[in-house]
Design a protein around this ligand. Structure first.
Ligand code: UDP
Ligand code: MG
Length: 329
């Protein structure tokens, strides 16, 4: 992608008709005020992630009214990670800033983030210092997930968010990671580069609703953990080894009791062994199955997203194709 503007802001939007207009207005004002001083250009790239409400129409009007606003329309709902990947691919900026459409990522942080980039940072990460009005379940899930991810990646994910500014070379480096199961925050951390952090308070949504259900959050956490790290597999290996040592100890003891003529009916030992070995075998098989599922998914090599382009079908062709099935039936 050729670099033609200074700053791109990428905003994934799925059923955000209530908020996109307001979002655009606020983000454009922040960018305009800050970048005008240094005579720098910007663009705002919305990724319509297969919305079924008024989002596509609102975005179409916005892009017609302002050439700095561009829209990438995905052919269906691919999920936020894919939408962000599509936005990163479309962005033409020397720096690319990603943020949510619902303004939970405060846009008044944008000037400071650009400043930190100007100061030589290649990644500027906004870190959640406080979470406002998020449900208990959401917070508990997020904390557990960040703890596990942190353990898996060997560095803290506490408060990490997708609200980030990336220098062009970081965007290019991300594009060179071919994995399909993308965990953006994890990839950015893994990729490295000079990183600055900036704390923020998560604002309440300005409208609409969160797209997360409890099931969705659990699936998202599991998928990211499994696709980003082999830590669970290593844990199972460690547990397996621990059990072996334990079983050996128990075996020696049982044998000793038998030889010393102290052996009772021995049911306790048998049941214990059965439970431990059976349970562990099954857990191990479960984890291995998850990895195989993940490998399977990767091996299929489907595209991360498919872009829907406006269709121009002459009326005559449309009539012919709608009649065609009848003729052949
Ligand atoms: N989003 C998206 N595709 C999806 C779900 C969400 O592009 O399938 C966008 C959504 O429009 C918003 C951002 O991702 O801009 C964050 O979503 P949401 O606010 O629902 O998540 P939360 O802030 O509650 O974690
Ligand atoms: Mg949100």
């Amino acid at each position: 992608m050729s670099v033609t503007v200074d700053v791109s802001v990428v905003i994934p939007a799925y059923n955000e008709a209530d908020v996109v207009d307001r979002c655009l207005e606020v983000v454009r004002a922040q960018l305009g005020a800050h970048l005008a001083k240094s005579k720098r250009s910007f663009e705002i790239v919305f990724v319509d992630d297969g919305s079924r409400d008024g989002t596509p129409e609102a975005l179409r009007l916005a892009s017609e009214a302002d050439s700095r606003v561009r829209v990438v329309s995905l052919s269906r709902n691919f999920g936020k990670e894919s939408a962000m990947a599509a936005g990163l691919e479309a962005a033409r900026g020397r720096a690319v800033l990603l943020m949510d459409a619902d303004l939970q990522h405060p846009p008044d942080l944008i000037p400071r983030m650009v400043e930190l980039w100007d100061e030589g940072n290649e990644v500027v990460s906004a870190v959640k210092a406080a979470r406002a009005r998020e449900s208990f379940v959401y917070r508990a899930m997020a904390s557990l997930f960040n703890l596990l991810m942190g353990g898996a990646a060997g560095r803290s994910f506490r408060g990490s968010s997708d609200f980030k500014l990336l220098d062009r070379q970081v965007v290019d480096a991300l594009a060179a990671c071919p994995e399909r199961s993308r965990f953006f925050r994890g990839l950015v951390t893994w990729i490295g580069f000079k990183t600055a952090e900036i704390p923020f308070t998560v604002a309440p949504r300005i409208g609409g609703e969160t797209k997360w259900s409890l099931g969705g959050l659990i699936r998202y956490s599991m998928k990211n953990l499994i696709s980003f790290s082999a830590m669970p597999l290593k844990l199972v290996a460690a547990m397996g080894f621990g059990t072996l040592v334990f079983a050996a100890g128990l075996g020696v003891q049982t044998l000793y009791r038998y030889l010393a003529g102290q052996a009772v009916s021995g049911f306790t030992t048998v049941i214990l062994l059965q439970l431990i070995l059976g349970g562990l075998t099954l857990t191990s098989l479960g984890v291995i199955a998850l990895y195989i599922a993940e490998l399977y998914d990767e091996a299929k090599g489907r595209p991360v997203f498919v872009v829907r382009r406006p269709r121009v079908i002459p009326a005559v062709n449309a009539a012919v194709s709608s009649e065609a099935p009848d003729e052949h039936d």
